[in-house]
Design a protein around this ligand. Structure first.
Ligand SMILES: [Ca+2]
Length: 196
C-alpha cells in the first residue's frame, strides 16, 4: 500500500511539472523590434521586451508608425500548441485596427506564415488566439502591415504568450509511473490471491 501511495505522489508531482512546462515560454525569450517608441510625457520607452514581461498593462510600440515587426526568440525550440496576441482595449481608440501577419521559424532565416489577422480595439476583439497544432519553432514574428487608414493603430502589442504542448518525455514518465503503480497493484493483488 505504501508503494502504491508513493507512486501516486510521484504521478501527481509529474503532472504538476507537465503543467509548469506547458506555461508561457515567451517570458523566458528575447524580444526585438523594428523600432521602439519613447514617450516624452511619461518618460517610458515602449521597448520590445515589454511585450513578453507577463504584464498585460505594459506594451511594445513602434516609433509613431502604423507598421513594424516584433520578433521573439524563445530560449529553445518548442512544439507549440497556442500563441496569444494581446492588445488592450482603450475607449479613446475605439475601432482602431492593426492588420498583421504571424510567422514562425526554427533558424531566424526561413519563415513560415502561421496566418493573418486583424486586432480591433473593441471590448471583444482586442486579442487573437492561434492554435498551431504542435508546430516546431524557436522564433515568432508579429508583423504589422502598413495601413494608411486614419483608424490605424501604431504598431504595438501588450503581450505575446506562447504555450508549448506537454513535453513528450514528461508524458512518458507520467504514463510510466501510472504503469508502475498498476503493476504494483497487480502484484499486491496476486500476493493476496496466493495467500487465500
Ligand atoms: Ca506587457
Amino acid at each position: 500500500m505504501m508503494k502504491i501511495a508513493r507512486y501516486i505522489i510521484i504521478s501527481v508531482l509529474l503532472l504538476g511539472s507537465q503543467r509548469a512546462y506547458a506555461g508561457n515560454v515567451a517570458i523566458d525569450g528575447i524580444a526585438t523590434a523594428s523600432s521602439e517608441y519613447y514617450d516624452p510625457i511619461t518618460g517610458i520607452y515602449k521597448t520590445a521586451s515589454l511585450a513578453i514581461d507577463g504584464d498585460p498593462l505594459t506594451n511594445w510600440s513602434a516609433d509613431g508608425i502604423s507598421y513594424g515587426w516584433l520578433k521573439i526568440e524563445l530560449n529553445n525550440s518548442y512544439l507549440i500548441s497556442t500563441i496569444v496576441l494581446k492588445s488592450l482595449h482603450l475607449p479613446v481608440y475605439y475601432g482602431h485596427t492593426m492588420d498583421y501577419n504571424l510567422y514562425s521559424s526554427l533558424d531566424d532565416i526561413d519563415w513560415d506564415l502561421i496566418g493573418s489577422g486583424t486586432i480591433i480595439d473593441t471590448p471583444q476583439d482586442w486579442f487573437d488566439m492561434w492554435h498551431v497544432n504542435g508546430k516546431n519553432m524557436r522564433y515568432i514574428k508579429y508583423e504589422v502591415i502598413p495601413n494608411h487608414n486614419p483608424t490605424a493603430h501604431w504598431a504595438h502589442l501588450y503581450e505575446i504568450e506562447v504555450y508549448p504542448v506537454p513535453e513528450p518525455s514528461t508524458c512518458f514518465l507520467f504514463g510510466f509511473s501510472l504503469l508502475g503503480a498498476g503493476l504494483i497493484k497487480r502484484r499486491a493483488s496476486t500476493c493476496r490471491s496466493s495467500k487465500v
